[in-house]
Design a protein. Structure first.
Length: 395
């Protein structure tokens, strides 16, 4: 309901004082002329009241007929504010722009909140709804909630229900997560331990199953080391997961090279900035060629991300360039590569003997290394029914 104060603010009102005359005749004459009066207060020599701007322009006739002297004691309302600052066009234009901006911003999503989740991160849920169509800056009037909720549910595998609630300029995403059902152990205990590389058996310890090799035997990749099938005293076959520790003497070779001439990539970067506002990007430049790294910087207030910020894009391109390095540089590069390969291939083994040779060729530096090691070569491998049958037949 529109109140009198709101009408007075929009259309303006005048406070007046009437003195030295007949107050009753003045009031009756104003009523006859259609001049509204309110907040009438009797004073010692007259009265005070309020009226409209149009009513005050017609008040001379009632004042003359009642011998009252009328003067203005106050003005209020938008018309007087505009007339007072009419020469300040910048202020008026700024006020209009602010009112239009407030009207525009109030119809868009500013903040996106997530509730109801315990295991799924907020970022994952917001990303799914962003791909479905709910973004910061989206017009609330054009928001297709049911369609967005359906698309987001397809992207979120661990949710059973999701909904969007609009509260002012905030979109609240409410989700219900899928209750996790504990995994049921379905493994039936049917696996062997086989050799993952060639070697000579040094140590074999069986924790579960039966040994198929002995110390000192040579084995190749894929040979059976510990069988998951064993036979009881009553000649009944028992199936289990083979488990044990099999150490073999193995050979490991390491190689690294560093050429004198090589082609390197020289990077060239270019940084582009653009302004982000309500889901729109201003002052963007066309996309450039090359790898693009994008960073979005957003304004935050008390942990809430607002739809304002700057987008940074870093484009990187590479040019090929052929260079020639010295013998010392090639030697250092080869040793560095050799150290890395050595660490990767021997970190899990115990080295017994080692030998490394450095060769200087016309093309570059080459390093070859040979290692004799002790290492666990056993790996678990499930077996099929055919393997069980073959084992029984061989026995």
């Amino acid at each position: 309901m529109v109140t009198r104060d709101f009408i007075n603010l929009i259309f303006g009102c005048v406070s007046l004082r009437a003195e030295n005359g007949f107050s009753e005749r003045f009031i009756n004459s104003c009523c006859a002329q259609g001049i509204p009066l309110w907040e009438l207060t009797k004073t010692a020599d007259g009265l005070t009241a309020k009226t409209t701007i149009r009513g005050y322009r017609k008040i001379r006739i009632p004042a003359r007929s009642s011998s009252m002297r009328v003067r203005i004691t106050g003005r209020s309302g938008l018309p007087f504010l505009i007339s007072r600052h009419i020469h300040r066009t910048g202020l008026i234009a700024g006020l209009v722009i602010v009112l239009l901006a407030m009207n525009l911003l109030s119809g868009h999503i500013w903040i996106i909140d997530v509730t109801g989740n315990t295991t799924i991160p907020d970022s994952e849920i917001i990303a799914a709804f962003d791909e479905a169509g709910l973004t910061v800056g989206k017009s609330i009037r054009k928001l297709q909630r049911a369609e967005i909720e359906g698309k987001a549910m397809l992207l979120l595998n661990n949710t059973t229900w999701a909904a969007i609630n609009i509260k002012g300029c905030t979109a609240e995403i409410r989700v219900r997560e899928l209750e996790q059902i504990p995994d049921i152990e379905t493994h039936q205990g049917t696996s062997n331990i086989v050799a993952r590389k060639d070697g000579q058996i040094e140590i074999i310890e069986v924790y579960r199953g039966s040994a198929s090799v002995k110390k000192g035997e040579a084995v190749t990749k894929g040979d059976l080391l510990i069988s998951g099938v064993s036979e009881s005293k009553t000649q009944v076959s028992l199936f289990t997961d083979a488990d044990g520790y099999v150490v073999a003497r193995t050979d490991i070779s390491v190689e690294a090279t560093a050429p004198y001439k090589m082609t390197v990539l020289v990077p060239k970067t270019k940084k582009i900035r653009s302004f982000y506002f309500l889901g729109m990007e201003f002052l963007p430049r066309r996309d450039l060629e090359g790898m693009c790294y994008e960073h979005r910087s957003r304004l935050e207030i008390k942990g809430k991300t607002l739809p304002f910020g700057i987008n940074y894009r870093l484009y990187t391109t590479y040019d090929e360039k052929e260079i020639t390095i010295s013998r010392e540089q090639a030697r250092l590069m080869a040793m560095s590569r050799y150290s890395f390969e050595h660490l990767c291939k021997t970190s899990h083994a115990q080295i017994i003997t080692q030998q490394a040779d450095i060769t200087d060729t016309d093309d570059g530096i080459k390093i070859n290394g040979a290692y004799t090691c002790f290492e666990n070569i056993g790996e678990s491998r499930p077996f099929e029914l055919e393997e069980i049958t073959d084992e029984n037949n061989s026995e």
